[in-house]
Design a protein around this ligand. Sequence first.
Ligand code: KG4
Ligand code: ZN
Length: 329
Amino acid sequence: MNILGIETSCDETSAAVVYQGKKVLSNIVSSSLKEHVPYGGVIPEIASRRQLEFINRICARSLSAAGLDLKHIDAIAVTRNPGLIGSLLVGLSFARALSFAIRKPLVLVNHIKAHAYANFLERPDLPGKTGDRIPRPRLPAVALIVSGGHTSLFHITSFNHFRLLGQTLDDAAGEAFDKVAKVLELGYPGGPIIDRVAKRASRAYPRFNPALLPGTYDFSFSGVKTAVLYHYQRHKNDRTFSTEQVARSFQDSVVSILTRKSIDACLKLNCRTLLIGGGVAANSALRETASDEGRKNGIRVHVPPMSLCTDNAAMIAGLGFHLLTKGDN
Ligand code: KG4
Ligand code: ZN
């Protein structure tokens, strides 16, 4: 079964063809990110206008990159939520019209769950015949989804059963990275910049304690973000002030709480698999800390390749296959 996936939840317009929920035949992504840079964040009106301009071309390119025609498509999967309403509407309307025109089923997919599914797509970037040097993740699993719009922890027992364990009560982790980078005058999007800048720090200083919210799997990042702001306002002109050290300390704080709650959830639920997904999964400190902690606790940590961490339609088509066929593997 070939599924055409369509993703338009934010500033990326993406279309992909995925075979049997696993093999990515094409995955085309176009982004209006550059246009949002001067504003320090995504402007919904600009994003949705670009979605409208790109959607047709990106779908056509995705089909031709897969070497297929619309007649080879068995179903269409599209992001239903969450996301920017204008951007979502473009993809949803386009997908609905296309499914009606080619008389093929339409399946609506949750964007956050699809980020977790990205870990189950085949990995042509890894050597080996099946593209599976790292064994495919096994269910049940705990999934940590961290991006600019969401921070959620799920218990996944099958592709049709995701139980939400906890989520952020305020800013998403990526949003906190972006806002802290803005405070430190580092630019946008802040995640990759902080990741890079933090590597140059000789130490993490001062310590920013993460919000623990004990007894829950919820997160809160607004406190640490405000702590960075106050520290910056008070000390930015000190001779010893170091942007690198503050960036590293902020990153340590976010990474430590994300890792701690994810590993705790795995241990409590007796899961040996931790899946990480979303744009912040690209963070080098998070990847390193999570896999170190996983190793210590006998938990295998999976993170998709970079191209499947950020928003893409392959993950939508992949999860769409399982929703449509009600298959778990
Ligand atoms: O998943 P994504 O592409 O879009 C959303 O659905 O939000 O995630 C984008 C977010 C941004 O906030 C960006 O700053 C963050 O992911 N990000 C990172 C890194 N690369 C991207 N955050 C921390 N470290 C990174 N290396
Ligand atoms: Zn996303």
